[in-house]
Design a protein around this ligand. Structure first.
Ligand code: PMP
Length: 289
């Protein structure tokens, strides 16, 4: 595998950045997880827009424009023979001193790893998954705003640890008001009486690319969609529930805190939206030349 670092492709073993990079020292940087399907990079523009917004929010200068980044991402796929895969695009603050001051960092580094990913076993997509709500809260919007896809994922890692300790693979995080925010690395949707609901970003959700695609697909299918605050009660009493994310795609949830959701595996609307999503991935995307 060849890894792109700031303009050059390196063999995997040679792909290294400095121990003085603030991405390592302080989690100071931003990233995107992107998928390629059938030789095309799905929603690449949307991912790059979010990357630039995340960078701007933390006053990080990305030393390339969107077009150049787009070419680099598709090239990383091409160089590695990736037609279906997962791309991790990372921008770190770069090499600095041992102090926090980001303005002393010389130049941010752009890293692109084009590989593959399988977050959950295949059977889980058929059977649905069990989750728990956890005590680790999503960050307050005036701390590291959860809309920023930063390299500082410790909060999410702590939530994930709680899930694994509880014997499940994923969790749902709440915000400081007890409202549902999202899973540790995915957005959350519930269906109740035919209405599809997901927390608005101000409740602590990342504005997921998959989330946006799913809301569009649902509306096209004539399903009413609402971005509305949800409480744990809304999870427990949902008719259907699923998570969305680039890596996870769409995965049904069949149990929350030991309350069963639906009857037998992921519900019909979840399945319908998952099928529509996969169909869409076959028809659009930025070509890998
Ligand atoms: N929330 C968080 C915290 C995430 O890290 C991600 C991406 N893994 C998502 C939601 C889903 O976003 P997307 O659909 O853009 O991958």
């Amino acid at each position: 595998m060849k890894v792109y670092i700031s303009g050059t492709f390196y063999e995997q073993d040679e792909a290294k950045i400095s121990v003085f990079d603030h991405g390592l020292l302080y989690g100071d940087g931003v990233f995107e997880g992107i998928r390629a399907y059938h030789g095309r990079v799905f929603r690449l523009r949307d991912h790059l827009d979010r990357l630039f917004d995340s960078a701007k929010a933390i006053a990080l200068d990305i030393p390339m424009d969107g077009d150049a980044l787009m070419r680099a991402v598709t090239e990383a796929c091409k160089v590695n023979g990736i037609r279906d895969g997962y791309i991790r695009l990372v921008v770190t603050r770069g090499v600095g001193t041992l102090g926090l001051n980001p303005y002393l960092c010389k130049k941010s580094e752009v890293i692109i790893i084009a590989d593959s990913i399988q977050l959950y076993p295949k059977e889980m997509y058929e059977q649905g998954m069990k989750v728990v709500t956890v005590g680790t809260l999503r960050n307050h919007a005036e701390a590291v705003n959860p809309r920023i896809k930063s390299l500082n994922y410790l909060n999410n890692v702590l939530a994930k640890i709680e899930a694994i300790n509880a014997g499940v693979m994923e969790c749902i995080m709440l915000n400081g008001q007890g409202q549902v925010a999202e899973a540790s690395g995915d957005n959350i949707f519930v269906l109740k009486h035919g209405v599809l609901k997901t927390p608005p970003v101000w409740c602590g959700a990342l504005e997921g690319i998959t989330r946006n695609v799913v809301m569009d697909l649902a509306r096209e299918a004539g399903i009413e969609v609402r971005e509305t605050p949800l409480q744990r009660y809304d999870l427990y009493t949902a008719d259907e529930m699923f998570m969305t994310g680039t890596a996870a795609e769409i995965i049904g949830i069949t149990e929350v805190d030991r309350r069963t959701i639906g009857a037998d595996g992921p519900g019909p609307v979840t399945r319908k939206l998952a099928n529509a999503f996969h169909a869409l991935t076959r028809t659009e995307g930025e070509p890998i030349l």
